[in-house]
Design a protein around this ligand. Structure first.
Ligand SMILES: *[C@@H]1O[C@H](CO)[C@@H](O)[C@H](O)[C@H]1NC(C)=O
Ligand SMILES: *[C@@H]1O[C@H](CO)[C@@H](O)[C@H](O)[C@H]1NC(C)=O
Length: 585
C-alpha cells in the first residue's frame, strides 16, 4: 500500500490535469524544451515505438516525461534529448554524438528506412516530424544491385519566431549527409544538426492553425466540400421521397378507418394488431440494456462535439480526445442506468437490476476484450501504444469508484420514475399469428434496406473520417462531422418509421427488435466499408492490422448501439401515435 498511494494520487492528478498550452516566452539564447517522442511507419499509424528503440544519440540518462492519462491512452511517449536548440540562435554543423553501430543496429535502421519510418519530436509543445532515411531504387544506382538504404545523419531545423515566442518549426534530414546502410557491417556514424531562425509576423494564437491545414492540399479541400454537399443533396432527396410516399399511405389508412369503408378495410392491416404491438419485447433485460447503452453513447456525442467546437481537440493536442471520451463515458453511466431501468420497469416490477447490469457491460465488455488483446500485442511488439500497468489499474479504480455507483444510482432513479406506461395495453392472452410473408418482408431483406440508404448517404464522410483517423491525408472539420451525424440520425429515424409502418401493415407485430436492427444495420455496412478501406490503404503488419480492425469494430459497434436506439425510439413514438389516433376515434 505504501507505494500504491502516491501512485494513485499522482495518476489522479494527471488525469484531471488537461494540458492547456500556456504561452511560453523566451529571451535570445534561452533553452527551449525539446522532447523526442515516437518513431513510426508512415503507412501504419498505430505502429509506433519509442524513439530510442533505434540507436540514435541519447543522453546518458533517458528521462521519460510524466504524461497525463489521455496522453498515455493515445500512445504518447516523451523523453529528453541531446539536441540543444536555444531560442533564436543560429547554429551550423553541431556534432550531436558519434555512434559505433553494430550490425544489429544497422539492420534495425534498415528495416525502419524500408518501411518509411519517421520520428516525432515536440519543441515548445509544437510537434515536428522528419524521415529517418531514404531508399534509392536500383534503376538509380550505377551497379544496379537492388535498392540501397541511406540514413540521414544531419538534421536541419528551420524555426520561426515572433517577438519572444516560438511560432513554427520544421525538421528534415539533409540528403547530402547520408550513410549507406544497405549492408550488414559495423558502421561509425557522426550525427550532426543545424538550426536556422527567421522572424515572422504570424501571431502566437495562430501557430497551431498550420496543423489543421497541414495536409489539406487545395484539391482535397475541394472534393471534401463537394462530397459533403453531395451527401446533403442525397439526403434531402431521400427524405422528400419517403415523406411523400408515407404521408399518402398513412392518410389514406386513417381516412378509411374513420369512414369505416367496409370494402377497403382489408387493406389496412395494422389496426388489427393493436392488441399485440405493445406486447413486451422478447428478452426484455437485453432490450432495455441495449437502449441504456445506446442512449448513453448518444449523450456523449453532443458533449464531445461541444468540446470540439470550443477547440479542445486540436488535431495534435496530446491525448485530449481520449481523456474526454473516458471522462464522459464515466459520467454518462448514470444515463445508461436510468434509461434501461425506466424502460424495463414499465413491463415488470422486478428484474430491472439485471437490465442495469447488462447495460454496464453491453458495450464495455466487448470493448475491454478488444483493448486487452490489442494491449497484449502492443506489449509484445514493444509499441508505445501499450498501456502501462499503473494506468490500467487507475482506469479500473476510477471506473469502479465513480462509474458503477453512477450506473446504480441511475438505475434506482429510473425504476422510481419509470417512463409513462404504454398507451394501449395488451388485450389478448396469446399473440396473433403472423401471416406468411414474401421474402422481401422478412427481417434480413428489411434490415438490408434499412442500412443501405443511410450508409449510402454518409459514405463519403465516412471515408474522410477513416482517412483522418488512419491516414494523414485529410483533417475532417467537426462541424461537417456533426451535420453528417444529424443527417444520419434523421435518416435512420425516418426509415425506421417507414419500415415499421410497412411491417405493421402486413400484420407482422414483432417490431421491437426489428426496428433496432433496421437502424443498427448501417453500422454493419460501415464495418464492411472499413474492410474495404483497409484493403485500399497501405497498412500492413500484424500490429497495425489488429489495431485497425479492433478499433473499427468497436467504433461500428458503438454506432450499432446508437443507431439502433434512435431507430427504436422513432418507431416507438410513431406506433404510439398511430394507435392512439385509432383508439380515440
Ligand atoms: C530565412 O531567411 C533567409 C533569407 O531571408 C532565407 O534564405 C532562409 O531560407 C530563411 N529561413 C527560413 C527557415 O525560413
Ligand atoms: C539565421 O540565419 C538566417 C540565414 O540562414 C538569417 O536570415 C537570420 O537572420 C539568422 N537569424 C538570427 C537570429 O541570427
Amino acid at each position: 500500500m505504501g507505494i500504491l498511494k502516491p501512485l494513485i494520487l499522482t495518476n489522479l492528478w494527471l488525469l484531471l490535469h488537461i494540458p492547456l498550452h500556456s504561452a511560453n516566452t523566451y529571451n535570445v539564447g534561452d533553452p527551449v524544451p525539446l522532447f523526442v517522442s515516437k518513431i513510426g511507419a508512415l503507412h501504419n499509424p498505430s505502429e509506433t515505438y519509442q524513439y530510442y528503440e533505434l540507436a540514435f544519440c541519447h543522453p546518458d540518462q533517458i528521462l521519460e516525461k510524466k504524461l497525463s492519462l489521455g496522453e498515455v491512452l493515445s500512445g504518447d511517449w516523451l523523453a529528453n534529448a541531446l539536441y540543444e536548440l536555444e531560442f533564436a540562435v543560429n547554429k551550423t554543423g553541431v556534432v550531436l554524438c558519434q555512434q559505433k553501430l553494430k550490425r544489429g543496429d544497422v539492420a534495425k535502421f534498415r528495416d525502419a528506412i524500408k518501411n518509411d519510418f519517421y520520428y516525432q519530436m515536440y519543441y515548445d509543445d509544437l510537434p515536428l516530424w522528419a524521415f529517418i532515411g531514404k531508399v534509392e531504387d536500383e534503376s538509380w544506382t550505377a551497379d544496379g544491385k537492388g535498392p540501397k538504404y541511406f540514413l540521414f545523419t544531419h538534421v536541419q531545423f528551420d524555426a520561426l519566431y515572433n517577438g519572444n515566442q516560438v511560432i513554427e518549426i520544421h525538421a528534415f534530414g539533409d540528403p547530402s549527409h547520408v550513410v549507406d546502410f544497405t549492408d550488414d557491417v559495423d558502421v561509425k556514424v557522426e550525427f550532426t544538426y543545424s538550426v536556422s531562425w527567421n522572424e515572422t509576423s504570424i501571431p502566437y494564437e495562430n501557430r497551431m492553425d498550420r496543423y489543421a491545414r497541414a495536409s489539406l492540399l487545395p484539391i482535397l479541400h475541394q472534393t471534401h466540400w463537394f462530397s459533403f454537399i453531395n451527401s446533403i443533396v442525397c439526403v434531402f432527396l431521400l427524405m422528400g421521397l419517403l415523406t411523400v410516399l408515407f404521408m399518402r399511405h398513412l392518410k389514406n389508412d386513417l381516412r378509411k378507418w374513420s369512414i369505416g369503408d367496409e370494402d377497403e378495410e382489408k387493406e389496412v392491416g395494422w389496426k388489427y394488431i393493436h392488441g399485440d404491438v405493445f406486447r413486451c419485447p422478447t428478452n426484455l433485460p437485453l432490450f432495455s440494456a441495449f437502449l441504456g447503452c445506446g442512449t448513453q453513447l448518444l449523450t456523449m456525442v453532443p458533449i464531445l462535439f461541444g468540446l470540439a467546437f470550443i477547440g479542445v481537440f486540436h488535431p495534435y493536442s496530446h491525448g485530449a480526445l481520449s481523456n474526454f471520451i473516458f471522462i464522459s463515458y464515466i459520467f454518462t453511466s448514470a444515463v445508461a442506468g436510468y434509461s434501461s431501468a425506466s424502460f424495463c420497469s414499465q413491463y415488470t416490477e422486478t428484474g430491472w437490476e439485471r437490465s442495469v447490469l447488462l447495460a454496464g457491460i453491453l458495450f464495455l465488455g466487448p470493448f475491454l476484450c478488444a483493448a486487452f488483446i490489442l494491449n497484449m500485442l502492443a506489449l509484445y511488439f514493444r509499441s508505445t501504444a501499450a498501456l502501462p500497468l499503473g494506468t490500467i489499474f487507475i482506469i479500473f479504480l476510477i471506473y469502479s469508484l465513480v462509474a458503477i455507483p453512477l450506473l446504480v444510482l441511475g438505475g434506482v432513479i429510473g425504476n422510481r420514475y419509470k417512463s409513462d406506461p404504454q398507451s394501449s395495453p395488451v388485450t389478448k392472452k396469446y399473440p396473433r399469428e403472423i401471416p406468411s410473408l414474401a421474402w422481401y418482408r422478412k427481417t434480413p431483406a428489411q434490415i438490408f434496406l434499412g442500412g443501405l440508404l443511410p450508409f449510402s448517404a454518409i459514405i463519403l464522410e465516412l471515408h474522410n473520417l477513416c482517412a483522418t483517423i488512419w491516414g494523414y491525408k485529410i483533417y475532417t472539420l467537426p462541424g461537417v462531422l456533426f451535420i453528417t451525424f444529424i443527417i444520419l440520425t434523421i435518416l435512420t429515424a425516418m426509415l425506421s418509421v417507414g419500415l415499421t409502418y410497412f411491417q405493421l401493415a402486413v400484420e407482422d407485430h414483432q417490431w421491437w427488435w426489428r426496428s433496432i436492427l433496421h437502424g443498427g444495420s448501417t453500422a454493419i455496412f460501415m464495418f464492411f466499408y472499413c474492410i474495404y478501406f483497409y484493403l485500399k490503404s497501405n497498412m500492413s503488419g500484424i500490429l497495425q492490422t489488429s489495431f485497425f480492425f479492433g478499433y473499427s469494430a468497436c467504433m461500428c459497434y458503438a454506432f450499432f448501439l446508437m443507431l439502433g436506439t434512435i431507430s427504436f425510439r422513432a418507431s416507438l413514438m410513431f406506433v404510439r401515435r398511430i394507435y392512439h389516433a385509432v383508439k380515440s376515434e
